[in-house]
Design a protein around this ligand. Structure first.
Ligand SMILES: Cc1ncc(COP(=O)(O)O)c(C=O)c1O
Length: 456
């Protein structure tokens, strides 16, 4: 066993001890206090040393295993694997290190690069590079980009917007942050719980107070919204991470309440182009153009490396955003806008979306079958690139993630998407199927079935 650096846990902080312990071990691994190859104490030894229960140490180790910082095998021990500051500073792993297989990515959030036509991608970058640089990029975004987005929204999302209504952004989270910075500090903004943690991060970073509101099978529970809000952030087309869509009645209700209460609704339409069954329900942006900020992104349909998204907002809000951009010098980078414009103009984007929809629908079915083979169900609409696999309790969730990591699968639990890890919360896996290649997915799914069957 390796002597591990001193670990300090704060029992009064309100942060779960397991999370504190995982943080401390991660910090030790990235700060050099632990090195790749170091063997960690057993969960029992560490629990005794820290005077915490073994549940705490097991949960922390499971988290590190899931994230790929640690690896190991039952009966052999747990070893520090990775995420180190710089390759030069790190000695080669020692001979006795137990190597787990490279992790196959089954967490949600990544796009599917496999179906991206690389020739079309290269053509678009070349076309983008052909345009001359300009002296003063428009803080609203390129005119051609805004026109291309307006057409995209009409064709793929049924939203009627003029090019002038569209602002380029650096992506959804950046857009959420920009809007939140317009709100008075300390304003209250409701978010879905479970929900998208980066949006929560962007809101908090802007100095607003985040208020968690539950979701159910019909999406955000509008009746549970408290009074006194400045805004609500939600994912109506495909709730992240539960995968449900907001019912039509709730949409109408939400817009009516926003009008009555004088707050904004931030509609995150991150993967609205990926629906495999019925036509999408009307966007909030179409139902309430006077109160809704509709946010779209290229991160899920193409790649986050483009760093580009868009928003459609009521004129006063748009003007305030532009004024702030002018005052601060913030403006979305042009390269991504140009590439997306070129892809849209050549028809390559529409072809890509057709391919992507077909591929995601097929993969979703493959995932559903593999989970059913383990005797479990999947939840979520036929849409997007992830499903929810409900599990019976939080302990099982952690244990499945740990077992998956030991067998080479990077899995994600519902817990990470809750604002606080309350004991009564729902448990489950948020399973993404866009990141792996088809071959990797074929390899990963039988292993996943196996892991789940063992935990039923
Ligand atoms: C719910 C949700 N919204 C938005 C995004 C994309 O955000 P961005 O455009 O900031 O990359 C993601 C990506 O994972 C997401 O899961």
């Amino acid at each position: 066993m390796t002597g591990i650096p001193p670990l300090v846990l704060d029992r009064s902080s309100g942060v779960p001890l397991a999370a504190q312990l995982a943080d401390a071990l991660r910090a030790a691994a990235s700060g050099g206090g632990l090195r790749p190859g170091d063997r960690l104490p057993s969960t029992r030894e560490l629990a005794a040393a820290l005077r915490v229960s073994r549940t705490v140490t097991s949960a922390a180790y499971d988290q590190l295993l899931a994230e790929g910082w640690a690896g190991g095998r039952r009966g052999v021990g747990t070893f520090v694997l990775g995420a180190v500051p710089s390759a030069a500073a790190v000695p080669a792993p020692r001979a006795e290190v137990v190597r787990v297989p490279a992790l196959l990515e089954l967490r949600a959030g990544s796009p599917c690069l496999e179906v991206l036509d690389r020739a079309a991608w290269r053509r678009a970058w070349r076309a983008a590079g052909d345009l001359p640089p300009d002296l003063r990029p428009d803080p609203a975004g390129d005119a051609a980009f805004r026109t291309a987005v307006a057409e995209h929204l009409l064709r793929h999302r049924g939203l009627v917007a003029a090019a002038d209504d569209v602002l380029a952004t650096a992506g959804t989270s950046a857009g959420v942050g920009e809007v939140a910075r317009l709100l008075p500090p300390g304003s209250r903004v409701a978010v879905e719980d479970p929900g998208y943690s980066r949006a929560v991060g962007a809101l908090r970073d802007a100095g607003v107070e985040v208020v968690p509101v539950p979701v159910d099978d019909d999406g955000l529970v509008v009746d549970a919204l408290p009074d006194g809000l400045a805004a609500v952030y939600c994912t109506p087309a495909h709730q992240y991470p539960t995968g449900r869509r907001m019912s039509a009645a709730r949409r109408l209700d939400l817009v009516a309440r926003a009008r009555a209460g004088g707050w904004w609704v931030l509609e995150d339409d991150y993967d609205g182009e990926l629906r495999f069954d019925v036509a999408p329900l009307p966007l909030l942006g179409a139902l309430g153009p006077d109160v809704v900020v509709h946010l779209g992104t290229s991160s899920k349909i193409l790649s986050p490396t483009l760093g580009v998204g868009w928003l459609v907002a009521p004129a006063p809000l748009r003007d305030a955003l532009l004024a702030r951009r002018s005052a601060t010098g913030i403006r979305p980078a042009r390269a991504g806008q140009r590439v997306l414009t070129a892809l849209a103009g050549s028809g390559d984007l529409a072809r890509h979306l057709r391919r992507l929809r077909r591929e995601m629908a097929a993969r979703r079915e493959q995932v559903r079958t593999a989970i059913a083979a383990a005797g479990l169900a999947t939840e979520g609409d036929p849409a997007g690139a992830h499903v929810l696999v409900p599990l019976c309790d939080v302990g099982t969730e952690r244990s499945v993630i740990g077992a998956g990591a030991r067998r080479g699968l990077a899995l994600d639990g519902l817990g990470r998407h809750h604002l606080d890890d309350a004991p009564g919360r729902r448990a489950g896996l948020v399973l993404g199927f866009a990141a792996p290649t088809r071959v990797e997915l074929d390899r990963a799914l039988p292993v996943l079935s196996d892991v789940l069957r063992a935990h039923r």
